[in-house]
Every structure is written in C-alpha cells, then in structure tokens.
Write a protein that binds this ligand. Structure first.
Ligand code: TTP
Ligand code: MG
Length: 362
C-alpha cells in the first residue's frame, strides 16, 4: 500500500519570527546571527530571509562576509527563548493532524497520513489547512512536501519555498528527482558530493540508473542508502505514539464545506474508527471526549464531555460527539472541518479492569 507522508518545514524560521514582530522589516534583507560589527564581527549567520538570500547570504556564512555583500541589511541577534516558544506552538498544531508525528529539530516535523487518507488530493487539502492554521495562529509560513517516503517528503518541502506545497505521487518519483543535483538528498553535502561527482554521479537520475550492486561497490553503505532514497524505497517509519502523549485526536477537512448530516455523520464515524485503531493498539482508555468543528471561514469550536470512569468504547464516542454536535445542527454556516479528541487517559486497560473488579467486590 502506498504511504502518504507530510514533511513540514518553517520558512526562514528565526527571520520570519523577527519580521512578524517588526513588520517594518518585511521587504528588507533580515539576517539573524552574530553581530557584524561593521564587517569586523566574528561568528556566522544562523539564518536570513529570502530577500537577504538574493545577495548570496545563507546559514553558516561568516557574518563578516555577509556584511560585505549586504551592508544595508538588518542584522539581529537571535532570541532563542522566543523561537523555542514559537516552535512549540507550531508543533502543538501539527501534532493534531496525525498521531504518527515526529518533530525533527526546531522547525520541521513529519506526519504520517497513511491511516487517515490514501488520496493525495485529500492530503493536499490537509496541507493547506495546516498552512492556514499556522499562519493565522502563529503568524509565520510553513512549506510542506507530500510523498510516499520520509526522504522524498523532505526533498519536496524544500522545492517551493516559501509557503509552498509540493506533491510527489508514487508514479511521479522519477520525474520529480531525475534532474536534481545529488546534494538535494539529505545527507549529501558539499564534501561527500565530490566523491560521487568524480564517479560521474551528479544528478539524482544518475543514481537511479546505476544498479544497486554497483552503488554498493563504489560508495559502500552510504551508496546503498542514497540508491534507496532515489528509488523511493526509504521505509523508515514516522515515530509512533509515545508514552507521554496526553491525548489522541484526528481531524478531517471536507473537499467542499457541507451541512449534509449524512456526510457529517460518515466523517465522524471514519475519524472515530481511525482513532480507535490507535487506542486499542496502545491499550488506552479515556475519560474525556472532545468534538472540534470548524465552520466556513475560520470559526473553530470545541465541545467536550467527561465521564467519571475511564472507557474504551467506540459506540459511546460516536454517540457523545453526535450529542455535542446538536448545538451546531441549526447553524446556517456550513462545516469545513471535523475532529475528535480523546484525553484524560488511563493506560493499560487490563490492569484498570482488574482494579475495577476488585473495587466492585469490596
Ligand atoms: P532551516 O530549516 O535549515 O532554515 P530556515 O528555516 O531558516 O530556512 P528555510 O526556509 O530554508 O527552511 O533551519 C531552521 C532554523 O535553525 C533557522 O531559522 C535558524 C537555525 N539554524 C541555525 O541556527 N544555524 C544553521 O546553520 C541552520 C542551517 C539553521
Ligand atoms: Mg526551515
């Protein structure tokens, strides 16, 4: 079965935050990093916005060199605490889109959507939804790649920056990669590319057309790995559900906003089915059930109900969310998104049931 994976990466992250907080910098080259001290400063650029990149500036460039190329730029010191807080805000949003979520560094994350949808068109709708939510709630932009493997999704998220969405369908992998320089593969940097170049491997298409045994012979383990990446055979998982998770949720966006009750009910049943696969797999019971509704536009509501004792009961969840939905039934506005969240967990249902039985005996 084909997988659907999203890789989300914030655009010029530190610089985007500073521009958000100082809109007057918007169309100027903004550089975050060491103090340039009129060209005599030591240290490097952490990042810069796309305006500054027009002057050839980039992360890790010595700040003195940056100043020579772009003396009129706005040079700012990094504010780590602020970026940490904003990174968390973004991750909290991303995490609501799939239980299979993996944060990588401060500004990127993978989301496995395979159990939510197999349809790349629907995945694109979800990606648009993520961009809108990050932009409206946090005020910065994010680029997203959609592909059947993690490495392809990462290459794709870099393709149309800033604020881009790039889809690589399983049948489009070869076309997408073949003319790219091999350094677009994560893990091939300026140094390691030299060795590949010497052996006539410059484009990703050259990797694809080299037989695997030859790649292994020439470049060892590394060669085998990049051959797999280039052929869409990276089967690394997006990190699974972790013990500290406090809730489990899933959301779905409609292709077209609707107030047709049968469509709404079907969607809620699908979502409920999906989250119960995880709930059962991880032996989780929950006390709180939350319904999330977004109407046409961006109005979003959540309504919850908590039970006294933990349950793991799919029919009760659907009954509860339909009850919570009643409040919105007569609303004239159509519905754009629906979500269900389960929280207030009790792990290891078996143990809990035993305890309950003992309790009942007393
Ligand atoms: P990146 O995602 O590599 O860069 P970016 O978000 O600034 O730009 P892009 O639009 O190309 O994704 O890194 C995320 C943040 O990490 C970046 O804003 C600053 C920090 N960083 C450093 O401090 N030093 C570095 O060398 C790099 C690459 C990043
Ligand atoms: Mg980034």
């Amino acid at each position: 079965m084909n997988r659907v994976i999203l890789h989300c990466d914030l655009d010029c992250f530190f610089a985007a935050v500073e521009i958000r907080d100082n809109p007057k910098y918007k169309d100027k080259p903004v550089i975050i990093g060491a103090d340039p001290k009129e060209g005599h400063g030591r240290g490097v650029i952490a990042t810069c916005n796309y305006e500054a990149r027009k002057y050839g500036l980039h992360s890790a460039m010595p700040i003195s060199q940056a100043f020579k190329r772009c003396p009129h730029g706005i040079y700012l010191k990094p504010n780590g605490e602020k970026y940490y807080k904003i990174s968390k805000e973004v991750m909290d949003i991303l995490e609501t889109y799939s239980d299979e979520f993996q944060k990588v560094g401060t500004d990127e994350a993978y989301l496995e959507l395979t159990s939510i949808t197999n349809d790349y068109r629907e995945a694109e709708e979800i990606a648009k939804e993520i961009q809108k939510e990050v932009s409206s709630k946090v005020g910065i932009t994010i680029s997203i790649g959609i592909a059947p493997t993690k490495s392809l999704a990462k290459i794709a998220s870099d393709e149309h920056k800033p604020n881009g969405i790039t889809m690589v369908r399983p049948d489009g992998i070869h076309n997408f990669l073949k003319d790219m320089d091999i350094t677009r593969i994560p893990g091939i940097g300026k140094k390691s590319k030299v060795y590949y170049y010497k052996n006539g491997i410059k484009k990703i298409g050259d990797i694809i057309s080299t037989p695997l045994p030859k790649m292994k012979e020439l470049f060892g383990k590394h060669g085998r790995w990049i051959w797999k990446v280039a052929n869409g055979l990276d089967n690394r998982k997006v990190k699974e559900f972790h013990e500290e998770r406090k809730s489990i949720s899933a959301e779905r966006t409609f292709y077209e906003d609707t107030n047709d009750f049968s469509i709404i009910m079907k969607k809620l049943e699908d979502i409920n089915e999906k989250i119960h696969k995880s709930v059962i797999k991880h032996h989780i019971s929950y006390r709180t059930i939350t319904l999330k509704i977004r109407l046409t536009g961006f109005e979003t509501y959540t309504r919850s109900k908590s039970y006294d004792l933990p349950i793991q009961d799919q029919p009760t969840v659907i009954k509860t969310v339909l009850d919570l939905y009643k409040e919105f039934k007569d609303n004239k506005k159509k519905i754009r998104l629906l979500g269900i969240k389960l929280s207030n967990f009790n792990r290891n249902l078996k143990v809990k049931q035993t305890n309950l039985l003992e309790f009942a005996r007393i």
